[in-house]
Design a protein around this ligand. Structure first.
Ligand SMILES: [Ca+2]
Ligand SMILES: [Ca+2]
Ligand SMILES: [Ca+2]
Length: 320
């Protein structure tokens, strides 16, 4: 394709900012992942709980829905151990504090992390009715969320927790204007402070997540859990051409620290998860990033400022 047209199309996609599959297309992550709390952590989930936040622009005043794909734990998509005996609960929170409570911005389910007002809840075990199907929460009214001045948005939280069992639940979300179809909301976005996800079972596929670097960030500490010595985790940004970070083996955290460069402030970083040439199957991983104060950075489904492109001179590495 003509390169200019291609760039133009990409630009339109970025500007319109339509979401709202979570994970989003740019992330190329097959599923979010949460295990039952009786699972061993060496299957890839460190804490059996995952929180996501949806933000709706303040000028959006219509009802909306949060849809969950494959909410049950059973069937082909989910990760079986013995028999399927896992029950996961999804809880939707709105109201004051659902996002601004400090516990809600943490990476572990500790303290008042279920802050806010519980708007809807539903537990799923193995259930063919919801296997490979969508379940819809809502309708919700945007004003039921927590208003953030900083984002000019109403914020809602959804938590998925594995309350019993030892299997892995794979699922996705979609923020929709419709109860029966996936219809995006213009300028909406989603974010998390910790990302628990399933990698592709294909060595050619590269997954991404995009933390946003706020003003005042001096350094970031990147943590990854149970990477199973799969390939490399590489950081790309406007100022980084591709920096490999320390990776973890089975059931371990690895941490690495990067000094943030001036150009990276108010941009997103691109964490690329590149698989090894030997296939590591069913690889579940958890990732979080903290700044020099220990605050967790937000990973946005639609990277703020777009997918970062290295702006320095490209280093030419001859092929030998
Ligand atoms: Ca089981
Ligand atoms: Ca599932
Ligand atoms: Ca793993």
């Amino acid at each position: 394709m003509n390169k200019l047209i291609y760039t133009f199309i990409l630009l339109i996609i970025c500007v319109i900012g339509y979401s709202q599959p979570v994970p989003n297309v740019e992330e190329n992550i097959p599923y979010l992942m949460t295990f039952g709390q009786n699972a061993d952590t060496d299957w890839g989930d460190d804490d059996f709980s995952q929180a996501f936040f949806f933000q709706l622009p303040e000028d959006y005043d219509q009802p909306f829905f949060i849809r969950v794909f494959d909410p049950d734990t059973g069937g082909d998509i989910d990760e079986l151990r013995g028999d399927f005996n896992t029950r996961c609960v999804f809880e939707v929170f709105g109201g004051a504090g659902n996002w601004s409570d400090p516990a809600a911005k943490e990476t572990s389910p500790v303290g008042n992390y279920k802050s806010g007002t519980l708007l809807a809840t539903r537990a799923f075990a193995e259930n063919p009715r919801y296997d490979n199907q969508w379940f819809t929460f809502g309708p919700f009214n945007p004003a039921q969320g927590e208003y953030s001045d900083e984002f000019g948005s109403y914020i809602f939280k959804i938590i998925c927790e594995g309350i019993t069992g030892d299997d892995g639940n794979m699922y996705r979300y979609y923020l929709s204007t419709s109860a029966t179809e996936n219809r995006p909301i213009e300028d909406a976005n989603a974010f998390a402070y910790e990302y628990s996800f399933r990698m592709h079972d294909d060595v050619e596929e590269v997954s991404h997540i995009y933390p946003y670097v706020e003003e005042g960030t001096v350094s970031v500490q990147i943590s990854n859990f149970d990477w199973d010595w799969d390939g490399n985790i590489v950081v790309i940004s406007v100022a980084r051409q591709g920096q490999e970070i320390r990776i973890s083996g089975e059931d371990h955290w690895a941490k690495d620290e990067l000094t943030v460069q001036e150009e990276e402030i108010r941009t997103s970083m691109d964490f690329r998860f590149v698989k090894a040439s030997r296939l590591v199957k069913h690889n579940n991983v958890v990732v979080n990033v903290r700044n020099q104060f220990g605050d967790a950075l937000r990973f946005y489904s639609i990277p703020l400022g777009g997918v970062p492109k290295y702006k320095g001179e490209v280093e030419f590495i001859p092929i030998e």
